[in-house]
Design a protein around this ligand. Sequence first.
Ligand code: C2O
Ligand code: CU
Ligand code: CU
Length: 419
Amino acid sequence: KQTANETWYTLTAQAGETQLLPGEKTKTWGYNGSLLGPIVHYERGKTYHLHLVNHLPELTTFHWHGLAIPGPIEDGGCHAPVYPGQSRDVSFKINQPAAFTWLHAHPCPETAAQVWHGLATGAIVTDQHEAKLPLPRNYGVDDIPLILQDRRFHENNQWDYRADYDPDGVAGPTPMINGTINPYFDVTTQKLRLRFLNGANRREWRLHFDDNRIMTQIAGDLSLLPQPIKLTKLMLTCAERAEVIVDFGDCKPGDVVTLYTDQTPLVQFWIHEFKPNHQELPTKLFDVPNPEVTPGLPIHHVTLDGMDEMVAMNGKKFQMDRIDYTMQKGQVQIWDIYNTNGKPGMIHPYHMHGTTFKVISRDGHAPLPTETGLKDTVAINPGEHVRIKVWFDVAGVFMYHCHIIEHEDGGMMAQLKVI
Ligand code: C2O
Ligand code: CU
Ligand code: CU
């Protein structure tokens, strides 16, 4: 069903089998299919009615990571279970800037296992502002999502989450891009817009092309950047997103350009004939909202503590029936997020539900140019503290946590109540 301003959509979490490698199919989970799911398209200003169905043998949730939703039930964290054989209906109006968000299961403490089985997909938000900029947006042709994950294949091509379990995050040697192994892409336009999503449980991606081709980053997690930034290397920690424009104007038909993470090839881009496109990127992309801090509020300190089974936040492990902090709707507060691991320790990707935030500084220095847009996840390096500006437009109980998913499930998570 669909009208001009309303869309109805069904998402079913289900088990299936996917041909990933030659030989036996892999047992996988997905939304409306056997692995991952359709990319969901949201238009700002429209209302969406979602029918969320659970055909799995265990409870799951449907978490809209990065979506500005009206409350915790629509957010789909642990507060919104959908039991096996049951469903849940949620509705919301999209009102946020254009961004690449995502959907994943979030039934704490089974989030990591369910995401590993395949319960994750992307959700693209479009708006009037972005639509007017001269950027590639022909979905599937020059505007491509790339969900970056990794897996280990055991006997008969099966995954075995329990066998691979590591409290610091499960990783595998085989990259899986959009639920495929060793993918290639037919390039039929001079410019491509790549929307990267780190959908891995623990792995960081250090993206670069074999020929050190420039990637012009135009967007981060939750908005366009103020202006485009030219990079040859792009690092993404868990749950982070980046949109880049890649120009193949110097290539000829038959060329192959390969995207890597460290020494591992991820995707081959096969160059075909294309029409020249010399349109310059806009020099200014977006006025990033930056609300004034509410006077008189103290700085809120959050510590990300420990590794392996010892992970905690502010010295405590997550408890669903404990509220760790209270904030008022509409107030804008400075939060300092500390990674108390010494060096060399792990980077913790710090994520907040129900809001977007702005990165103010890293250890007192200006944030990286790549993190000057609106964000929902930010990398905190060992020993470092990152200052962010936090505000909520909706009331309810929301979680914040490390997005190494095993750290989240292991208790490096807390929740706040917005009143
Ligand atoms: Cu990507 Cu608590 O979520
Ligand atoms: Cu989230
Ligand atoms: Cu962590």
